[in-house]
Structure formats: C-alpha cells, structure tokens
Design a protein around this ligand. Sequence first.
Ligand SMILES: [Zn+2]
Length: 379
Amino acid sequence: MTTLLMSLIAAALLVMAALYWRQIQDEENNDVREEDGRVTPLLRGVNYLLSDEPDLALQEMVQVARLKSEAADVYMALGEMFRAKGEIGRAVRIHQNILARPDVPKTLHLQAHLALGKDFQTGGLLDRALRQYEKALMIESSHVEALEASLRIREQSREWVEAEELLSRLEQIQGDSLHLHRAYLFAEMADSYFPKDIEKAQACARRALELDVLCAHAHIVLIRIYLQQNDFSQAEKALQEMQEKAAEHLHLLVAAIMGNQKFYQRYGENMLMEYWYAVKDEELALSWLEAVAAKEGTNVVNALKQKLNFSASTLRGSLRLAGIESDVKTPLSEHAIKWRKKMTHFVCGECGVKVIELRWQCPQCHAWGTMHAIREEYI
Ligand SMILES: [Zn+2]
C-alpha cells in the first residue's frame, strides 16, 4: 500500500471520526464514558493505518462497529475505499465482519451483502458475487441495484434464461418497457440453441420478434434457420421483413445467404441486388464483395462489382476494396489487408465505443442493439 493511499484513508477517517464525535456530542450526555469508548478505537485504527498496519487498524474498526451500529457507516466507507484501490481482500474482510454481527439492523446487512457482491464482482469472482446479490434480494426482493448487478453478471456469463427472468422482474418494478432488451436476450437464447436444437431456436427467435420487431439479431437467427432447413419461401419472407425493420444489419447475412447456393441463385442474389439499387448501402456491397472474394476469387469479384456498378465513396470503402480486388499484391493492397483485419468496424450509438467484431450488447455501456457498422468518412 502506498503512503499516499494510507494518508488519504487516514485523512478520510479523521474527518469521519470528527463528524462521529460531533454526532455523539449532540446526543444526550448521560453516558460520556461509553461514548469515549466508541471513539478511542477509531483513533487507534487511524494510528495503525498511519503506521502501515491496516490489519490491526481493521481490528480496531471492528470494535467501533460492535459498539454502535452508526459507526458501521464509517466501516462501510473504509471498505469502499479499499475496493476502489483494488485491495479486494481487505474490502471483503470488512464487509464479512459486518455480516458476522447479529446486532446490526437488516438494512445494514443488505448494504453489506451489496458491498460484498461488488467486492467479488470487482475481483472477478462472479458466482460468489451473485450469491451475495441473491442474499440482498432475500432481504428486499425488489432492490433495483441488486437486480441490475445480477443481470449484468448473468449477461456476462451468457446465462440468458436467468438474465431474462431478472429483466422481467426489473420491468415489473420499474414499470417501463424493456421489450427491446428482452428481445435481444431471447435472440441470444435462439442463437445458443442454433443449430443443435432448431425447434427451440426458432421458438426463441419468434418470441424475440413478438417482443420487438426491431431486434436485428432475432431476424438474422430466424433467416439462418430457414436457410438451413431449405425453407425458401419462409426465408424470403423473413428477409423482406428484415429489410423493412432492421435493414442496416442486412450486410451481416450476405455470407449466410451465399452459403445456401440454391437459395442464392433462385432468390438471394436478386433480392440483394434489388436492395442494393434501392438504397446503395456501401456496407452491403463491400460485405458482398468480400464474401465473393473469400468463396470464389478475384474474377468473380470484378464481375459482381460491374453488376453492382460499384465504386467506393469513402476512404474506408476504398481501402477495403483495395484489399479485396487486387490480383497483384501492391504495397497498398497489402497494407489494406492488414488494416482490414484490425479495423474497428462497429460503433456504439449510445457511448461511442468502437470495436472490431459486432456484439449485440455494447461492451462498454452494456446497452443492447446499439452497435452499428461505421458508415462515415465520405470522401
Ligand atoms: Zn455503448
């Protein structure tokens, strides 16, 4: 522990001790000796902290907390400081000490469970964090912070059924509609069942679209299911619906559409072509050209490029095209290929974070369905 940290904690404790002392003085003076007894260990704790002996300081702090429950606030604040500085073990010990005491009120137990949950979560011990949040929810079943923290862990652990159950509870408590969020959880469930359990995958994708037809991920999973089943009429219908409701993500399906050769020849190519001429989405054309390059080589790329009458209008587009279409390796095409592999391709509409691979949940702000392919930087 650095000296700076020790001084900061000691300073904070001194302020808290002063406030606590004032509070005691405001109370009736019928038992001054007992009040003295509460403050002395606090000051001793500060001394130990200044001498770089935090464990002894903790022992003293426990005495303060045992004497009167208000002092536990001081103790909780100390735990927060340890966690903030990455001293997770010490934060855990503080919060466990509070929970070991039967004499503190339930609300403090609730706070201690929440704090302990945060300690474990910060330390990456997600199962143990979850158990603490569950205990907090046993004290207060509608505690929003505990529900949200549990939801975040379930999402992080890709436990979609449990996540959806928590989200339903939050929706009931908060009263606002979290339909799009729930739709994305059902889409994740659908994706996790595909292709092993098509029936469940299909049911979840449909449920997602019932909840919110703007859920692009559910459209994509459903179309993949139809393509895998060679159900061309349903695939065509689902593609049309996606064009109406979630067209900006159509480019993500190009490779899957081309993967079913029959569908591509009969419907897919024409549908994509019509859509391209209707909206001229450069992202779609480039994804298409990239998929063709990966599957069939440069000659076919050039033929498709002519069919699309495509020329890149952005710097990003030009670089991607240089990586796709050149037969002969030039310094530019080699740089373009390297750049393509590590280019940030998606941006979150909520927080602005940029990532290489698409995620339906933003890794930074945790919002769902907010990542978009970057379509800017026009020349
Ligand atoms: Zn974000």
